[in-house]
Write a protein that binds this ligand. Structure first.
Ligand code: NAD
Length: 368
């Protein structure tokens, strides 16, 4: 990879490689954009096959965080970190070494939980730096973000119902939920509390059983796309909206928590062409990020709930823009995010003060 030309194309500000042989730490932090504020994004530990794969992942994920924070109205930029290694080798020393490196960035990057890292890892990192979120509530942390992500998805689903059917009554339509982990389970709980018809699937039988106990109906993993439900709720892996699945979909709305749901942009165009309303993934699943963002200002659950409920309006604005501009919703979300960064970038640029300073410089020097 030609690193600088890739950074140029993707728009990154900074990429930092950290190496600490004593603890086995090999980490990459990617800071995509700090126009709106410090770059916040999770720390992922993964046994990448090579360094190139790790770098590609962290560049892609950090860019996504910029869009998520921007569309959500947060004063945060986008960043992400990866540790190259087997999650079985996790240790206190490894995370504390990572914490010391994060501290050295002086707050330009703030870390959080992601795949294969948890509250315990954040606690170790917290020993070495303040630039960490998702620490334990006893240390002023916000704990598990998943219930907030789920609440945000429910608000996003309501915005979809409003746009498609002119009401927000969860009970009036049916749902197919794919993936019943931390987020999916809470979504099923909300939907069943509203007495809605819910089909579910997962790789793990005990997770299916938990949801069936709430009144959901189980289907096989490969049947979930073709289920006769109005709303498909992807909460497992990315790229589940692809050529193969689109051919099977019978839903009218796609609205779930999974990251990178569209295998390609063309899949977003195809959903649009078929009249299926797509809730852009990084906008509808921002509840967890909103929740940790409040931790930086002193955690307050009520404020977190209020902010996450705002996802209803954020989605509504994206849909309105998509309709006005006659573009697919995934493009409308990008426009909202890019528009906010561009507008606030102009406000925040130091040059905005310079003309005023120049204007008064003569007077201060006694020259007119
Ligand atoms: P999780 O690992 O707890 O749950 C994922 C579930 O999906 C697991 O139960 C797994 O068995 C199941 N699954 C995997 N492949 C499947 C398949 N092919 N068919 C059916 N089920 C399958 O993850 P999570 O924290 O619940 O997150 C779910 C999704 O939402 C992920 O894409 C994640 O990146 C995204 N997300 C999560 C959060 C959060 O707050 N946890 C925030 C934003 C986005």
């Amino acid at each position: 990879m030609e690193l600088f030309s890739t950074l140029d194309t993707m728009g990154h500000e900074q990429v930092v490689f950290f190496h600490h042989p004593e603890s086995g730490l090999k980490a990459i932090v990617a800071i995509h954009n700090t126009v709106l504020g410090p770059a916040l994004g999770g720390l992922r530990m993964w046994p990448y096959r090579n360094e190139q794969e790790a770098l590609t992942d962290v560049l892609r994920l950090s860019r996504g965080m910029t869009y998520k924070a921007a569309v959500s109205g947060l004063n945060l930029g986008g960043g992400k970190a990866v540790i190259i290694g087997d999650p079985a080798q996790k240790s206190e020393a490894l995370f504390r070494a990572f914490g010391r490196f994060v501290q050295s960035l002086g707050g330009r990057y703030v870390t959080a939980e992601d795949v294969n890292t948890d509250v315990q890892a954040m606690e170790y990192i917290f020993q070495e730096t303040d630039y960490v979120t998702g620490v334990h509530p006893v240390h002023g942390g916000s704990g598990d973000p998943s219930p907030f992500t789920a609440l945000g998805v429910i608000q996003g689903i309501k915005a979809c119902l409003q746009r498609r059917y002119g009401h927000t009554d969860l009970k009036k339509v049916s749902y197919s939920v794919q993936g019943l982990g931390h987020v999916g389970y809470h979504i099923v709980k909300h939907l069943r509390d509203a007495d809605a018809k819910v089909f579910v699937t997962d790789m793990h039988q005990e997770r299916i059983d938990q949801c069936v106990a709430l009144g959901a109906e189980a289907v096989k993993m490969d049947e979930i796309y073709g289920v006769n439900a109005k709303v498909y709720v992807p909460c497992a892996l990315g790229a589940t909206i692809n050529e193969k699945s689109i051919a099977q979909l019978r839903c009218e709305i796609v609205a779930g928590s999974a990251n990178n749901q569209l295998a390609t942009d063309a899949c977003g165009d195809e959903l649009h062409g078929k009249g299926i309303l797509y809730a852009p993934d990084y906008a509808i699943n921002a509840g967890g990020l909103m929740n940790v963002s409040i931790e930086l200002q002193g955690y307050n659950r009520e404020r977190a709930n209020r902010m996450v409920n705002g996802i209803y309006d954020i989605m509504g604005n994206i849909f309105a823009l998509a309709e006005r501009e006659k573009i697919p919703t995934y493009k409308a979300a990008d426009h909202v995010a890019e528009g906010r960064i561009a507008a606030l970038g102009k406000v925040k640029l130091p040059t905005i003060n310079q003309p005023y300073e120049r204007h008064f410089a003569g007077r201060r020097n006694g020259k007119h």
